[in-house]
Design a protein around this ligand. Structure first.
Ligand SMILES: *Cc1c(COP(=O)(O)O)cnc(C)c1O
Length: 353
């Protein structure tokens, strides 16, 4: 399939790099293609960023048949543009698509489209420390029909947003609360898919913890309410007795690419990683015995978020004196260093554009 390119005649003003927030500003162009049953994907176009037309009956607006991804482009010190493991995002998108009955995308074609789009809007990639260009591919059901069934038409799009440093004053440990009322997902549900509905369902819990003075939620499993699953929209690691413990991918946890990269990196460093089930009671017991050395969350947005305090009922557990742990810092420096071309890419994770 050819990609038609319609360039904007009206280049936008760029925001100053120190004023960038997350996901507020968008670049000059976007990518869009359509799917029609019996035809497949067609009309791949890069066009000026702007509003799209949808029928009010579009199925996504009623039943949330939708999937998204998130990855970043970075500038290196010599001005090259690079991506971090983009094939992993497209593979995951197809796994999410399968769960949501959305047709598969051609991963090689979409990677080419993504690279073409990034290249075109390359001068939107910020380069002060901590900044990057966030890339959001997404696909949604557009059938103008309000019965509940699988849609026969879809749109796939990519939009891009220059984002500021996740931490305003450098990396800082966060306050996390263990959610024991709401559940994110259950076995057999859609927790493993990066689909919009999962996040709408989590908003009430997010609102609740903010009023308690915490920044994020630690989700427990939805059935027994005791196994640790994830932190907000990131995966979680605990360093206990020199072993990096992270919940195993049970079907309810989003398989993070940062999670996978952290596991591979730690193993590359000769560290022991245990992907296993861990209960909140086991964690608290280890905490009381002083065996927890560090806790941190992993995800594309922040790379590493150290967990300073974990609130659970009326207990507050503080890890590593509420300071950034040695490994949280080391992993952050290595991954972000590779992403920005300041640390050698020994594991072949970087794709240059
Ligand atoms: C996206 C996401 C993650 C992190 O995945 P990365 O690929 O590392 O960015 C973790 N949990 C949830 C619920 C997510 O949506």
């Amino acid at each position: 399939m050819e990609i038609k390119i319609v360039k904007t005649t009206n280049l936008k003003e760029k925001t100053k790099e120190d004023a960038l927030a997350f996901g507020v500003h968008f670049t000059d162009h976007m990518f869009m293609m359509d799917y029609t049953e019996g035809i497949g994907w067609h009309d791949a176009t890069i066009m000026p960023y702007g509003p799209i037309e949808l029928m009010p009956s579009s199925m996504v607006l009623h039943y949330a048949q939708e999937v998204f991804e998130g990855l970043k482009a970075y500038k290196t010190p010599n001005g090259e543009t690079q991506l971090f493991r983009p094939q992993e995002n497209l593979k995951r998108m197809n796994r999410s698509n399968e769960r949501m009955c959305i047709p598969q995308i051609d991963e090689d074609f979409v990677l080419e489209a993504l690279k073409t789009l990034v290249k075109l809007d390359e001068n939107w990639i910020p380069n002060s420390p901590g900044t990057s260009l966030y890339i959001r591919p997404f696909v949604f059901a557009t059938d103008p029909f309000i019965g509940v069934r699988v849609s026969k038409q879809y749109k796939f799009m990519i939009i891009m947003s220059p984002v500021g440093s996740y931490y305003k004053g450098g990396m800082a440990p966060e306050r996390i609360y263990v959610e024991d009322e709401y559940a994110r997902t259950v076995r057999g549900g859609t927790g493993e898919a990066k689909c919009g509905g999962n996040y709408a369902g989590g908003l009430a819990a997010q609102q609740k913890v903010s009023t308690k003075g915490f920044e994020q939620i630690l989700w427990l499993d939805g059935v027994e309410r005791k196994y640790i699953e994830e932190v907000g929209t990131s995966n979680v690691f605990f360093l206990i007795d020199d072993v990096f413990v992270t919940p195993s991918l049970s079907g309810t946890i989003l398989p993070g690419i940062t999670r996978k990269s952290v596991i591979e990196l730690l193993k590359h460093w000769g560290k022991t990683v245990a992907e296993r089930r861990i209960t909140i009671d086991e964690l608290y017991e280890a905490y009381q015995q002083g065996r927890i050395q560090e806790a941190f969350a992993t995800g594309t947005a922040a790379v590493i978020s150290p967990i300073g305090t974990l609130g659970w009922k009326d207990i507050e557990m503080t890890f590593n004196n509420g300071e950034i742990g040695e490994y949280a810092q080391k992993i952050y420096d290595t991954l972000y260093g590779m992403q920005t071309g300041n640390v050698a890419d020994q594991l072949n994770w970087i794709v240059k554009i």
